[in-house]
Ligand binder design. Structure first.
Ligand code: GDP
Length: 172
């Protein structure tokens, strides 16, 4: 008999227009009638789903946040920090959010993946892969480039965050 799945809260952060909603709908499954709740205070959308990663089930609650100044940063077990490779301002915003996150939870080893989305838009690229990777190294987090339009690497990002959460769990 398998143990009950572990539940994790994963928060999507990033500037407006980087693809957070698109990320959340891939997670939710376009055709699914997913339970989605809206946080009345922030308008954040919340999705819950059981996913299987490396043969082990995990319940992931995904929180799609609004990037607004007056909304408190949602507390999560892990964060997907999104920017668009076609929008340098969103890359800078990701840096600011990383710093805010560090102030918010200084002592903990919170899993974070820096996600460069819209990698299908090669001609409009403003942030190179090596810049993204270097930034992730400074931030001490993982890095992945994705395209929700091509459904490229999106599940890899979700699975990656679950793997990191498990590593942290198992090292305790
Ligand atoms: P949010 O404001 O972060 O929730 O961003 P959205 O998910 O609403 O996406 C903003 C716009 O970018 C929409 O028009 C999406 O269709 C588009 N978009 C999102 N991800 C991608 C992607 O990977 N590739 C391309 N070409 N467009 C994308």
């Amino acid at each position: 008999e398998s143990p009950p799945p572990t539940a994790y809260r994963v928060v999507l952060l990033g500037a407006s227009g980087v693809g957070k909603t698109a990320f959340a709908s891939i997670f939710a499954g376009a055709a699914d009638s997913m339970d989605s709740d809206e946080c009345e205070l922030c308008g954040d959308e919340v999705f819950e789903k059981e996913v299987e990663v490396d043969g082990e089930a995990a319940t992931v609650t995904l929180i799609d946040t609004w990037d607004s100044e007056d909304c408190p940063m949602q507390s999560g077990d892990a964060y997907l920090l999104l920017y668009s490779i076609t929008d340098r301002a969103s890359f800078l915003r990701a840096s600011e959010l990383r710093i805010t996150l560090r102030q918010f939870r200084p002592a903990e080893q919170t899993p974070i993946i820096l996600v460069g989305n819209k990698c299908d838009l090669v001609r409009r690229r403003e942030v190179s892969s090596s810049e993204g990777r270097a930034c992730a190294a400074v931030f001490d987090c993982k890095f992945i480039e994705t395209s929700t339009a091509m459904q490229h690497n999106v599940w890899e990002a979700f699975h990656g965050i679950v793997r990191q959460l498990r590593l942290r769990r198992d090292s305790k």
